[in-house]
Design a protein around this ligand. Structure first.
Ligand code: KG4
Ligand code: ZN
Length: 337
């Protein structure tokens, strides 16, 4: 069988990434230029700044990815790119780069949904089995995605307001932690106990999510403590926030696991790097659902990268997904269509 090499471009948020992956499985190179240090100074991603840095970085990252993979564009079978969702100005940079490559080197162009990429990051550590349930937890998304088959996505539940990563970043900021806050809330929570009572997320759908009420509850807790001059223990507040958020997340995941009984459940997205979330999957879900196999991606595959876009791009390519040069960034791209 001829090997298929996909070159993928990802620029949906604050990482400029290019990867070359063979047959959707073997990473020949995966280069990520992160902008975290720049956005740290602002306490969050400034879209205008992010897209400008993508423009500065994209050709350097591309060159390095080809060099590391020891290939030239002639060896590439298709160019995959994150079409959406994400920040529109950021997405445009990747899409334009991918279109230029596809046009100049006469390669097929494969548009990829960013969340499909996060889900397929798991192919680097396991053979995906269907039906599959994906718990997608990132800076922009909190979703339960059911996949009957390898290119069939059904969103069972989504957030009514904030994504879990977004809420964690905000909580980190009000606790005076660096950007991205969620990473540091995770670290701080290890030193604390979940002793403070915070508002439990309430949702209409039994598989939907909501994190803005919990986030406000943390803000109000800090305000009250300042007003009443009653100091609190930041590590305990971090642990209380994290436990409440994860309990809500797991309650919804349990509904889906019971209802759909998937062969596998995979974690996907940046928040899948959370140490408490990973521990809870191992300690609780594995025991409660013995017929489901739980896949936890390695930390390097959780946050944004282009290898995951290449992995999803390979499956899309095999399913005949193609775009022509009229392809444009789609910041609100739908996973199901
Ligand atoms: O998937 P990702 O890189 O970007 C999006 O597609 O949104 O996810 C980034 C998010 C940020 O909100 C970041 O704070 C969160 O993932 N994150 C974490 C951890 N590592 C990254 N949240 C909690 N605990 C972590 N260890
Ligand atoms: Zn992402």
């Amino acid at each position: 069988m001829k090997s298929i090499k996909i070159l993928a471009v990802e620029s949906s948020c604050d990482e400029t990434a290019v990867a070359v992956v063979e047959n959707g499985k073997t990473i020949l190179s995966s280069v990520v230029a992160t902008q975290i240090d720049v956005h740290k100074d602002f306490g969050g991603v400034i879209p205008e700044v992010a897209s400008r840095i993508h423009i500065e970085n994209i050709s350097i990252v591309l060159e390095e990815a080809l060099k590391k993979a020891n290939v030239t564009m002639e060896d590439i079978d298709a160019v995959a790119v994150t079409q959406g969702p994400g920040l529109v100005g950021c997405l445009h940079v990747g899409v334009q780069a991918a279109k230029t490559l596809a046009w100049a080197f006469h390669k097929p162009l494969v548009p990829v949904h960013h969340i499909a990429g996060h889900i397929f990051a798991n192919t680097f550590i396991a053979e995906l089995q269907f039906p599959l349930l994906a718990l997608v937890v990132s800076g922009g998304h909190t979703e339960l995605v059911y996949m009957k088959d390898e290119w069939d996505f059904e969103i069972l539940g989504t957030t009514q307001d904030d994504a879990i990563g977004e809420a964690g970043d905000k909580v980190g900021r009000v606790l005076g932690l660096p950007y991205p806050g969620g990473v540091y809330v995770d670290k701080l929570a290890k030193e604390g106990q979940p002793v403070y009572k915070l508002a439990k997320p309430k949702t209409e759908g039994e598989m939907d999510f909501s994190f803005s009420g919990l986030k406000s509850s943390v803000l109000q807790f800090i305000d009250r403590s300042k007003r009443t001059n009653q100091p609190f223990i930041p590590a305990d507040l971090a642990a209380s926030y994290q436990e409440t958020a994860l309990d809500a997340l797991f309650a919804r995941a349990r509904v889906a696991l019971t209802k759909y009984q998937p062969k596998q459940m995979v974690l996907a997205g940046g928040v899948a790097a959370n140490s408490r979330l990973r521990a809870k999957v191992n300690e609780e879900l594995k025991r409660e659902y013995p017929t489901t196999e739980f896949i936890i991606p390695p930390l390097s595959c959780c946050t944004d990268n282009a290898a995951m876009i290449a992995a999803a791009g390979y499956v899309a390519y095999c399913h005949g997904v193609r775009a022509d040069l009229s392809l444009t960034a789609d910041p609100g791209m739908d996973l199901e269509s």
